[in-house]
Design a protein around this ligand. Sequence first.
Ligand code: SF4
Length: 369
Amino acid sequence: MTLNNLTDLQVEQLRRSLLQWYNKQGRDLPWRRTTDPYPIWVSEIMLQQTQVKTVIPYYERWLIQFSTISQVAQAELQTVLKAWEGLGYYARGRNLHKAAQVVTQIYESRFPDQLEKVLALPGIGRTTAGGILSAAFNQPISILDGNVKRVLSRLIALPVIPTEALSELWALSDRLLDPDQPRDFNQALMDLGATVCTRSQPNCVECPWNFACEAYNKKIQNQLPIRKMSVPLPHKRIGVAVIFNDEGLILIDRRPEGGLLGGLWEFPGGKIEPNETVEQCVEREILEEIGIAIAVGENLITIDHAYTHFRVTLQVHLCRYVSGTPQTIECDEIRWVSLDEIDQFPVPKANSQIITALKERDRLNNLVK
Ligand code: SF4
């Protein structure tokens, strides 16, 4: 089967079988119990790059903290990022905050129901817009997230990498979408990808589309979609300083808003250059970035962490402030905080591990006293 030779009858059979399956097997997800576009929008943004089971507690906490769009708009960015802490891909939280301000100012806090207006909001692309408008307003707008790409690639046994056939996959998603039940159809398609047509070991025997699926009929479902040859992720070694002053306070800084992990707080540090020890790196970086001299002490913890495009190893050292006035040379803000206060600040995941290690060290020190 290809998009071009798909008959109206086949399309009708595919719609009917998927919707019947969804009526019996569809997941009961919290954002499916409403047609209010605000919580649906929040869920769609959280679900970009993150699995349902991780999203649910964040989604529920979010709606308790920010029950309306205007509450998000009025909140400090730091408060929004704190609520997002641990979900990763923080640009999503920053964009949600910006978009909430646009919706509040331009649309009087009512989420727009026109595709071009939704697409103009920060952080909303075509598939997210389709997800929101079909779920909230039952509009016949198709979707093409990662799960749907996989299902459709297998359905037509796509012979190329999905990213090389996006217009064909979008056209297929458009063609299949049931214009009478777009909300349920899109949700069903997402569920099929998440629960049956999974990345590894798709459960074709139970699949409502097995009668028409090219990949299944050719027994190549485990080989599809075709993947790009994977190349090893670049690896960076980073020296990190936990700097204590004479009062026992710790220095943290806020990353510039535009870049990776923008707006989050962290312990300062930087890349270890070739032929440099971690101690030399930490001393140099803190002088260059914060403008202060420190004495580098023992290793607190070493953390390996993977981002989408690279891996890092953080070698974290306990340090003592020696001299100079901290300056915001490569960050937006600097604070001296106690270990108890640090939890109020949104930090990246790897930095949470540093805080846990500091608390554990503190606990052990108190036992010894
Ligand atoms: S039959 Fe198998 S490969 Fe085809 S859509 Fe269903 S689960 Fe996916």
